[in-house]
Design a protein around this ligand. Sequence first.
Ligand SMILES: *[C@@H]1O[C@H](CO)[C@@H](O)[C@H](O)[C@H]1NC(C)=O
Ligand SMILES: *[C@@H]1O[C@H](CO)[C@@H](O)[C@H](O)[C@H]1NC(C)=O
Ligand SMILES: *[C@@H]1O[C@H](CO)[C@@H](O)[C@H](O)[C@H]1NC(C)=O
Ligand SMILES: *[C@@H]1O[C@H](CO)[C@@H](O)[C@H](O)[C@H]1NC(C)=O
Length: 398
Amino acid sequence: MKVSSVVLVVITTYTWMCHAKVTSVEPPDNVTVSDLGLLGQLMILWSPPASLQNVTDCAVRYQLEYFNTYRNQWRGVRTFRTSLRAQFDLERDVQVKLRTMLRGKCTGGVERSSSTLELVWPPHLAGAVGSRVQDFSCVFHMKEYMECTWDRGPDEPPHSKHFLYYWHSGLESVAECPEYIPQSGDRKGCLFPRDTVKEFTDFNVCVNGSSPVGPIRPAYFNMQVQNYVKPGLVESVTLEAVEEGEEVVLEWRPTEGHIPPHCLEYEVMSEHTNQDGTIWTMVNVTEDTSLVLPAKQQSCARVRSHVHKYCSGSSFWSDWTQWHCLPVASIQAKVSPAMDIALICVLVASAAAMLSLCMSLWMFRKMWMKRSEQKMLNSSLFWENQQHLKLSPALSHP
Ligand SMILES: *[C@@H]1O[C@H](CO)[C@@H](O)[C@H](O)[C@H]1NC(C)=O
Ligand SMILES: *[C@@H]1O[C@H](CO)[C@@H](O)[C@H](O)[C@H]1NC(C)=O
Ligand SMILES: *[C@@H]1O[C@H](CO)[C@@H](O)[C@H](O)[C@H]1NC(C)=O
Ligand SMILES: *[C@@H]1O[C@H](CO)[C@@H](O)[C@H](O)[C@H]1NC(C)=O
């Protein structure tokens, strides 16, 4: 058995060696990059090397590596096809490494690969570098609408106008911003209603613009919208003492909206005041919608939520709820900065109101006094006149 299989291998190898026509393998030919016009989707195309045109008894594969600028690393694929579609950052170089791999009768059963072609295509960008928008950021509020905003570039020409274009896999072609956020004749952002975005796929954005002196440098962004979710305020928060008085229970409801409740995680911050006045803080993270906290002289708690990492790569925290305190009587002691400001405003407003009331009272009094003085003067004049009148006849007819 053993001998016969060895013989078989020898014969097979010998036959392959006889048929082996290919001694050197060339890298692929005519490599080109084609922009699909979808704000970052490029097609890399190549053709088999001319030397392999007539080779039929070997499998030709290609190894393609491209630099993923978003992750700052090379990605590689092996394929029988002669094209590859991938997402690139159009503001960076497109870097590709490509080689041919051959295996079969023509190579005597061994794998042969060509040298590696290294290709770089620099970006074509209009406009000056400093005209590019900066600080672009998006928040997908409660998964109901997404708000993206930007700041002007540092060297932006005056009287510029910005445009936002976007694309995702549910669209055949690029679309313009559904609702711009205006700012003194220009735009500073875009609002996307829920039905215009798509989760778990590339969401490509381009912010470009025009000005009287030429185009503004376009800025390209690639994102997954589910990573930009910010839940709304946690609702119906209650803090109640448990009968024994040792503990308090904080309870709440997830916000209404399109985030599945099982995707929410909560952070509870509580502040406890001991009998001796010392204060300590505790932070707990939970997937439940209630938390048992120790009951102290005073216990205050607030809660916020974000999307759990099982449901998205990242997420924003919602705003904090107001503080809820027990015992309730001392709720005054625990006001948030926003409440503080509101309180100051109210105080200032009431002080102003008091002041104006005092002023008007004082003025009213002054006027009244003036009037009564006038009256007295008038009446005395009248009296004097009367006297004159009475006296005059006596004077004229002495
Ligand atoms: C490469 O492109 C040129 C010009 O378009 C064409 O003549 C040639 O046949 C191509 N080579 C291969 C191997 O397809
Ligand atoms: C492939 O075959 C064609 C026709 O038989 C011939 O003209 C051509 O030169 C061959 N190409 C190579 C690379 O051997
Ligand atoms: C902005 O980009 C879009 C999409 O690529 C393009 O159609 C439009 O002409 C560009 N506008 C300007 C002012 O460059
Ligand atoms: C809350 O966190 C504290 C530590 O920060 C921990 O001791 C306590 O057990 C947690 N409470 C609950 C209910 O998980």
